[in-house]
Design a protein around this ligand. Structure first.
Ligand code: TXA
Ligand code: MG
Length: 355
C-alpha cells in the first residue's frame, strides 16, 4: 500500500467538505486515523464487523483486546448499550464529552469482534470537534483503539500515526497535537462497585466526587503500595528501550548513579525528568527529555508519549524515569510509566544503604 494521505482539518472549526471526505472512506469500510482530546484513534464503523476487523489487522492488535466505541449523541448510547444505570448517567452528565470511557452491557447492534466476545461494550463521547463532526457525518458510532502499532506508545500527533501505520492505512486526519496526551479513564460500570480498569485523562478524585463508591482495580495501585507481580501489568505502552522507573527517596541522585554505571557499560541512556531536575544531569552524556514542570502534570502528560518516541529514535538502550506521584493526572502518568517499565519499579537498595 502506498503511504497514507495526511489531511489537515481545523480542530476548532472542522471544514465540512474535509470531514465528508473522511466519512466516505469510513462508510466504505476503510480505517481512518483521527484526533481525539486524548490520543489519536484508528476508526471504523462500530456496527460493521468487517470494517472493525481491518482495524485489528492494521494495528497487529490481538483479537482478545476489545475496542472503545466513540459516539456523538445520546441516541447512539441507547443503540449500543442495553442498560444505562443511574450511576453511569450521573458520570456522563458531568464528564462527557471528555476522557472517560464507560463499560456497559452491550446490545446486539455491536458485533462481537468489537468487544472481543464480551457481553459489555466500552463507550465514550470524545471532547474533540473533529472526532464529533466525523461521527456525526458518518451517522454511525466509530470503534477506535489508539492509532499506534500494538505495544508502541500511543500517538499524540499525526506524525506518530504516520510512523506506525503510514504503510497500513489510507488516511490520517491531522488536527494538531492532542490536548491531554494520555488515554481516557476506563470505568467498568458492570462491576459492583464501579471499578477503574485504566487510569487516564479523568482523575480518580474527580470521579470520586460524583461516585464516592468507585474503586480502582488492584493491578493499577501505585508503586508505593504492595508490588503487583510484573505479569499482571501487560507491557502495553512499551518503547524499544528498557525503562527503569525511580521513586521513593533520593531519586535524582540514584538516577545519576545508575546513569553513570550504564554509561560506563557502554549504554546509551535517556532520562525523563521534570524541568526542575534537568540541570542535575547536565554534566552527564545522557539524552534528556524534560517533560515540563512538576507543578503542571497536565503538561507532563501531554509530553510523555512523544518523549518516549524521541528517545527510541535516538536509539537509547535504557530510559531512566522519575515517578511523579499519583494525584490527579499523575496516576495516569505513573500507570503509563510502570507499564513501560514492564511493572518493575527500581529501588536500588545497595545505593540506599551506602553511606
Ligand atoms: O483515550 C482513549 O481511550 C483512546 C482514544 C482513541 O479514544 N482509545 C484507546 O483505546 O485508548 P485502546 O483500544 O488503546 O484502549 C481501550 C481499552 C483497553 O484497555 C481495553 O482492554 C479496554 O479499553 N476495554 C474495551 N472494551 C472493554 C470491555 N468491554 N471490558 C473491559 N475493558 C474494555
Ligand atoms: Mg491503546
Amino acid at each position: 500500500m502506498k503511504q497514507a494521505q495526511i489531511l489537515w482539518i481545523n480542530p476548532i472549526a472542522p471544514e465540512p467538505d474535509r470531514i465528508a471526505y473522511a466519512a466516505a472512506l469510513l462508510r466504505a469500510g476503510k480505517p481512518v486515523a483521527f484526533p481525539t482530546e486524548t490520543v489519536y484513534g484508528l476508526g471504523a464503523n462500530a456496527l460493521d464487523a468487517a470494517a472493525v476487523e481491518r482495524v485489528f489487522a492494521a494495528k497487529n492488535r490481538p483479537a482478545s483486546d476489545p475496542l472503545i466505541v466513540h459516539i456523538a449523541a445520546d441516541e447512539q448510547l441507547e443503540l449500543i448499550a442495553a442498560e444505562i444505570p443511574a450511576e453511569a448517567q450521573a458520570l456522563t452528565r458531568v464528564f462527557w464529552p471528555g476522557p472517560l470511557t464507560l463499560i456497559l452491557p452491550k446490545t446486539d447492534a455491536i458485533p462481537l469482534n468489537v468487544t472481543a466476545g464480551l457481553n459489555s461494550v466500552a463507550v465514550r463521547r470524545p471532547a474533540n470537534e473533529i472526532a464529533l463532526a466525523l461521527i456525526t457525518a458518518c451517522g454511525f458510532p466509530i470503534a477506535a483503539p489508539s492509532a499506534n502499532l500494538f505495544a508502541r506508545p500511543s500517538p499524540t500527533t499525526a506524525e506518530h500515526v504516520m510512523e506506525d501505520l503510514g504503510e497500513r492505512i489510507e488516511l490520517i486526519i491531522d488536527g494538531g497535537p492532542t490536548l491531554i496526551g494520555v488515554e481516557s479513564t476506563v470505568v467498568d460500570m458492570t462491576a459492583r462497585p464501579p471499578t477503574i480498569l485504566r487510569p487516564g485523562g479523568t482523575s480518580l478524585e474527580a470521579l470520586q466526587a460524583i461516585l464516592p463508591s468507585i474503586e480502582i482495580a488492584h493491578r493499577y495501585v501505585g508503586p508505593q503500595q504492595a508490588q503487583p507481580s510484573p505479569g499482571l501489568l501487560s507491557k502495553h505502552y512499551a518503547p524499544h528501550a528498557l525503562v527503569e522507573l525511580f521513586n521513593e527517596t533520593a531519586v535524582v541522585e540514584r538516577m545519576r548513579q545508575r546513569a553513570i554505571v550504564l554509561i560506563a557499560a557502554g549504554k546509551q541512556v535517556g532520562v525523563m525528568i521534570t524541568q526542575e531536575d534537568r540541570a542535575c544531569f547536565d554534566d552527564l552524556p545522557v539524552h534528556i527529555e524534560a517533560l515540563g514542570s512538576r507543578n503542571d502534570l497536565a503538561q507532563v502528560a501531554r509530553a510523555l508519549f512523544a518523549a518516549m518516541r524521541r528517545l527510541d529514535h535516538l536509539g537509547v538502550d535504557v530510559i531512566l524515569a522519575k515517578s511523579l506521584g499519583s494525584s490527579g493526572i499523575g496516576l495516569a502518568i505513573q500507570d503509563r510509566l510502570i507499564r513501560a517499565a514492564g511493572g518493575q519499579v527500581t529501588v536500588n537498595i545497595e545505593l540506599l544503604e551506602s553511606p
